[in-house]
Design a protein around this ligand. Sequence first.
Ligand code: ADP
Length: 621
Amino acid sequence: MTKTLKGRISMVYFCLVLVIAMVGMVSVFNLYKLSNSINGLMTANYKSIKAVNNMIEYIEKQDHAVLTYIRVDNENGINTFIQNQRFFLDAFDVERHNITELGEADLVRQLNTSYMDYVRSFAELQEIKHRAGAVGAYNFYTADIQSKFKLIKSLLKKLVDLNEAAIFHSEDLVTKNTQKAMNFILYLSLIAVSGGFAAARFFINRFLKPVDQLKETVKLIKAGDLNRQAEVFYADEIGGLASEFNAMTKRLLQYEQSTIGKLMAEKKKSEAIVRSISDPLVVLDTNCRFLLLNEAAERFFELDEQWALDKHFLEVLHNAELFEHIVGALNSDDDDRQKMVRITANEKEYYFNVIVKPVKNHDAAENNIIVLFQNITQIKHLEKIKTDFIATVSHEFKTPLTSIIMGISLLQDEKIGTLNQEQAKTLVTIKEDSDSLSNLVNDLLELSRIESDQAIFKMQPCSVPGLVANSVKRFLDQAARNEINLYYEVEEDLPKVNADPEKIAWVLNNLINNALKYTNAGDEICVSALVRHHQMWVSVKDTGIGIPAEYQTKIFEKFVQVRSYDLEIRGTGLGLAIAKEIIEAHGGQIWYKSELDAGSTFTFILPLIEESTNEESLNRR
Ligand code: ADP
């Protein structure tokens, strides 16, 4: 038996072709046999009928010759008789050797006897004609020869009938045989077709069984069962494929085992790193359930990791603010978000910079959230010391500075004596520097108050157009002196905002003051107020010198000033930092857009009164 699948399929195909060929051959053989038997039957009977018909013709001619001989012509009648006798005997000879039917031999024998008798009677008739003339001969003819002639004819007729009957019978036989042959071919074909189909199905199923098995094994392996081996049924092409497949699975298993080992080692390493981080760190799943807590987190929150695992964040830490921050970070577009959070533990206050980092897997779906609690309590503490120090120093500076400035005013007013030109000039410089110092001290005090939680915001419904109008009015003279067109545009019927009017006025004044400082004669400053997206938008736009792009991110930081500006117009570098603190304390935002030599626009937004808190005052942080 051939070993390859191709060979086996060819073998089945060859067997089917063989069966079809056999059916064909048997059919042809049957038809051939049938046709032969028909031919045999028909030919023999027709031959007899033809010979008998010839004999009838010749005997009739002989009878006619007898009558001719009796009436007139002796010679001619005898010759014709003898000639036809020869023909008759030839035909008789054919019939005698072609006996096919039952009773035919007997008839042939009777015919032979009767004909011989008839021929003898003609010889006797010739003698009678010699003796008794034509009348005697005719009498003999009617009395003897005529009856013999009729007997011969009736025998010949019987022979014809017998052979004709045989032909009819043969026709019947042929029809029956044809029917038989057709039935035989039909049954044979049916057996061949159904047998061939069943055999082909059987063998195809048998040949394809390994393919089905292989398919099942592939499915199981795909589902992760790498220990599964495909069964090798035959050493054919499919068997070869199954062996190769098994080898591949083995390699995959080895690879997986080695990869898993490596991955486990890597995982342990990463976990060790995470656990050794000195700041608290937790890992949550997307449903905010704990997946990991490092030792610092366990220590700080006084938790046991095993207990906390798989529990919801709120169930473990009960800190709604923190939870909101984490959820907010998850829903935000930013990759990571930070927020300073104050947490009280063991009756002590801690400050943490909470960094939330959603971790995405390879198809960009979030699967884990890392929350790192960066402990900034120490930094906060140092900041407080610094703020307190600045506040104390500023405060200590403020009183002597006030008396210095007052003293300068007294001297300049020449209430305590006249000054020469040189002294007056020196006093102007001292006055300018004292004013600068006083501004710096005021700004520092303001900033330290805001930063040290001491700033009390007196929140109340206030009208922004009124604040804008007042601030602009305050600077109109200065603007006119500098030949700058200062004006404001406010939308009609603006709603009120919940704010501390003094602080917002401080911000506005600072922005307008800056705009005046950094514009030249002929420039414009426009202060506008309008409502957009349910918020109050206030802008101070100037056509001044603008701010270089590199200051974009840091202009709101403390002591940041653009270096290239003329020293004459420099301030303290604290105004925008304070403005930012104030606006953010109101729940708003501040930013700017600027183009060098084209101007700057500083904008801040404040929530409208419906959305802001109704409390009379709000203690920041
Ligand atoms: P200062 O007291 O120095 O004005 P601010 O914090 O108010 O401090 O401003 C910081 C710096 O930002 C300024 O020193 C100036 O360089 C720049 N600045 C602020 N406003 C403008 C403006 N309208 N046009 C150009 N530069 C400005």
